[in-house]
Design a protein around this ligand. Structure first.
Ligand SMILES: C[S@@+](CC[C@H](N)C(=O)[O-])C[C@H]1O[C@@H](n2cnc3c(N)ncnc32)[C@H](O)[C@@H]1O
Length: 281
């Protein structure tokens, strides 16, 4: 295990997730059953399916309890590595891998200190980099260091505009003197989860988090380009093909209205966006 630098974000974020990791179910067995039941990567991110060939190497940066990398190992036969600085989450991911009967290299490591022996075909980082001290540096680091030439990175981050309605909604509840239990009930109404531990892990992550930042694709584009990466798909236009990236950037401000409409309609809208980018080979 590498150490964890005691930065402002790290100490608070690690303590928060050691109390209860994100995407944590009541047991490793329950998590393994869910991975067996549905190929969540292909269901939610169909653009990734053709990239996840048997034997492709995949690194999951900030893997938590391992849903993404273990899904890729179980359903696609990828050779997976997952790292997270939270030993409790890594331990759970190891037990889920055992329950699934898949091989996976799962290590406790801070993403900035991780030094793999080689680069990967696919590097995924889902909901992680906006919890670091410097999201831009983290995007640059994983693209430069971990992605093979010709390989891909898939990243999910909070969107500056899309995230606003959910943050404002719970900030208003706090300002109105609502308790944590009231907010948990409101979260359950918007995003019902049958497993109580799972629900609580999502609620804490979405509503009580000690450190998160929000971003736009436009702001990240110069960093991606400097790393030789080109955006090939994004949830900002529901993964539709596009001719010029400026078409996508023009859609970003409207994500706030979309989030507000969803929330008014009683639908959960976390304000996350995902981009898939390819490194020039
Ligand atoms: C919202 S959770 C996402 C976990 C997982 N990717 C998922 O989708 O379920 C964020 C994760 O990032 C991890 N994390 C945050 N900062 C990190 C860092 N500097 N190095 C490694 N892991 C980190 C946390 O421990 C946590 O598991």
């Amino acid at each position: 295990m590498t150490g964890v630098p005691e930065t402002h974000a790290n100490s608070r974020v690690l303590a928060f997730y050691r109390e209860l990791p994100f995407n944590y179910r009541e047991s490793a067995k329950a998590h393994a059953q869910e991975i067996r039941r549905i190929n969540a990567i292909s269901a939610v991110y169909p653009v990734l399916t053709p990239l996840l060939g048997t034997g492709s190497s995949l690194l999951d940066v900030g893997c938590g309890a391992g849903w993404f990398c273990l899904n890729a190992a179980y359903h696609h036969g990828c050779v997976v590595t997952g790292i997270d600085f939270n030993d409790i989450a890594v331990n759970r991911a190891q037990r889920v891998a055992q329950a699934l009967g898949v091989k996976a290299t799962l290590e406790t490591a801070d993403l900035f200190l991780f030094r793999p022996t080689g680069q990967f075909d696919i590097v995924a980082s889902m909901g992680v980099l906006h919890h670091t001290d410097d999201c831009h540096a983290a995007v640059r680091w994983i693209c430069q260091e971990f992605v093979k030439p010709g390989g891909h990175v898939v990243v999910s981050l909070y969107h500056r505009h899309g995230r606003r309605p959910l943050l404002d909604h719970f900030a208003q509840m706090r300002a109105d003197g609502k308790t944590e239990d009231d907010m948990l009930e409101e979260y359950r109404r918007l995003h019902p989860r049958p497993d109580a531990v799972y629900l609580r892990s999502w609620f804490r992550d979405q509503v009580l988090h000690p450190h998160e930042t929000q971003h736009t694709l436009g702001e990240l584009l110069p960093i991606l380009e400097a790393c030789g990466m080109s955006v090939v798909a994004t949830t900002i236009n529901q993964f539709a093909p596009f001719d010029d990236i400026s078409e996508i950037l023009a859609l970003e401000p409207a994500l706030e209205k979309l989030g507000a409409e969803r929330l008014q309609g009683g639908q959960y809208y976390p304000g996350v966006f995902v981009f898939l980018a390819r490194k020039i080979g």
